[in-house]
Write a protein that binds this ligand. Structure first.
Ligand code: SF4
Length: 217
């Protein structure tokens, strides 16, 4: 059965680096494979390889990490049919469950108890034409929409999308960050304040903490 197994890149615990859950201990299940190629992708190691595992084993290894929060990420998790029942099983186990998805994959089948953290790909990613706009119909107050900006042109695109697609009507959780090391967050904050945009500026905590330049004590 296609849903009985998944190809997994890694299962580990850390803190949540992004989203409104940032800073919380979290178990991560990273699936292998992605059908996009964002120019600034920070997980190209998950494009191929991985280990095929029974879905029950993935579930038990994620639960064994013991965190109240579990995230399925990738790559693109929703490419694998086994992810949909896995998400539901994690919810059934009492976990708070997040799924990170690119905005291209169809989110219609995702269990409604799951918090979807969905990208809308900006032009600077090189994959903007792949946004599946019909996904917005499945975004509710418990979900989050994420923009990763490479430059001012991406910011202007985002501002237009927020307005034309009436995103605040769907969710108050609109997340924006700059491509790490490319867009100065101080510029981003300045633009957001000038425009009074209803977004949450975020820094990818995991990169700040574990970048080679992070300062120790
Ligand atoms: S969708 Fe995510 S994993 Fe896929 S190429 Fe883009 S950033 Fe990388």
């Amino acid at each position: 059965m296609k849903e009985d197994s998944l190809v997994i890149h890694e299962i580990y615990s850390s803190i949540q680096g992004e989203s409104t859950f940032a800073g919380l201990p979290c178990a991560f299940v990273r699936t292998t494979g992605c059908n996009l190629r964002c120019v600034w992708c920070d997980t190209p190691q998950a494009f191929r390889g991985g280990t095929r595992m029974r879905r029950g084993e993935v579930l038990s290894r994620a639960l064994a990490l013991g965190t109240p929060l579990v995230e399925i990420t990738g790559g693109e998790p929703l490419l694998q049919p086994g992810v949909f029942p896995l998400l539901s099983e994690l919810c059934d186990s009492g976990k708070t469950v997040l799924v990170e998805t690119s905005g291209e994959a169809d989110v219609a089948r995702v269990d409604r108890r799951v918090h979807k953290v969905m990208d809308l790909k900006c032009p600077g990613s090189g994959e903007s034409r792949r946004n599946r706009w019909s996904n917005l119909e499945h975004i509710g107050p418990g979900d989050e929409i994420k923009f990763v900006l490479a430059d001012r042109a991406d910011y202007d695109w985002m501002r237009e999308v927020i307005s034309v697609r009436e995103l605040p009507r769907r969710t108050k959780n609109l997340l924006v960050s700059g491509v790490f090391g490319k867009l100065d967050p101080r510029h981003l904050v300045q633009w957001v304040l000038e425009d009074g945009l209803p977004v949450r500026v975020q820094i990818q905590l995991h990169k700040v903490i574990w970048s080679p330049d992070a300062t120790g004590v």
